[in-house]
Design a protein around this ligand. Structure first.
Ligand code: MF3
Ligand code: CO
Ligand code: CO
Length: 285
């Protein structure tokens, strides 16, 4: 029987090893998961993703002004769609694996992938995640924010704030040559310290030349040095889903998309697309 060791970081024969190659090859030899070279973006590609990110950010800014009691999620979808087209972009969710709308709108106990609808209206006190991914010139930029309709109770407001802190703390920890697991551990610790749980079934992801690329960016973990090694040039999202109650979720059987908390308690999520520089993460959205 032959045993095949998966090698991801391959330096062509005859090419001089850089310092980066040495570090990565060393981790690879020790059995750690390292990226393939195809995940390393060129300056030009990063600039393309950055430009797509400007549209994504523009949509999320626009949505800020639309969030009001009585507004339908379909109206938010329509306005987001038009803004994206007006700026030369394409909404990535539309027709993605059959998704029927241009953005995801996830209210209260909906964790993510909520489908905008004429029938669904915002109410005072609701918390909603709007998730926007734009394609511009073939480049993808993915981000989401939470919005509060008017004012919500202090318990839910705190959930929204801590979810944002979880993402930002994760982004701070993610330095070159740390692992996805180091970041996940920091996110999990912050959520648990505040009495919240982290959803395990959905993760962040590489992004840029496609909607979802490697690596899998898990947000849950207690151990560091797990998951993929993070290397300068990689572009990926961080998007932890933080639950007020239990971490368990289910998929709505009727639409096949909407993910809800099992216990009906609210969930909050913030997302950015990041570029790993030599010094740490740069936000592209
Ligand atoms: N934007 C989501 C993410 O952060 C993916 C949405 S897939 C869709 O990865 F089909 F629901 F749009
Ligand atoms: Co997203
Ligand atoms: Co994403």
């Amino acid at each position: 029987m032959t045993r095949r060791i998966k090698r991801n970081w391959i330096v062509p024969v005859g090419e001089k090893l850089t310092e980066r190659d040495e570090i990565i090859l060393d981790y690879q030899a020790k059995g750690y998961l390292v990226p393939s070279r195809s995940l390393i973006k060129t300056e030009e590609q990063v600039e393309g993703i950055r430009e797509a990110g400007r549209i994504t950010r523009g949509v999320l800014d626009l949505v800020e002004g639309l969030i009001k009691d009585g507004v339908s999620t379909e109206y938010i979808n329509k306005m987001s769609h038009e803004y994206t087209l007006d700026h030369g972009g394409i909404p990535a969710p539309l027709n993605y694996e059959g998704f029927p709308k241009s953005i995801c709108t996830s209210i209260n106990d909906v964790v993510c992938h909520g489908i905008p609808s004429d029938e669904e209206l915002l109410f005072e006190g609701d918390i909603i995640n709007v998730d926007v991914t734009t394609i511009l010139n073939g480049y993808y930029a993915d981000a989401s924010r939470m919005y509060v309709v008017g004012e919500t109770c202090s318990e839910w407001q705190r959930l929204v704030d801590v979810a944002r802190e979880c993402r930002d703390i994760g982004a701070e920890v993610a330095k070159p040559y740390t692992f996805v697991g180091d970041m996940a551990k920091a996110i999990t610790n912050h959520a648990h310290k505040n009495g919240y749980t982290i959803v395990r079934e959905l993760c962040g992801h590489g992004v840029g030349l496609a909607f979802h690329e490697d690596p899998e960016v898990d947000h849950y973990g207690k151990r560091g040095r797990t998951g993929m090694l993070l290397v300068p040039g990689m572009v990926f999202t961080i998007e932890p889903m933080v639950n007020l109650g239990g971490r368990e979720v289910f998929v709505d059987e009727e639409d096949g998309w909407t993910i809800c908390t099992e216990d009906g308690e609210p969930s909050a999520q913030w997302e950015h697309t990041y570029y790993m520089t030599e010094n740490g993460l740069e936000i592209l959205t």
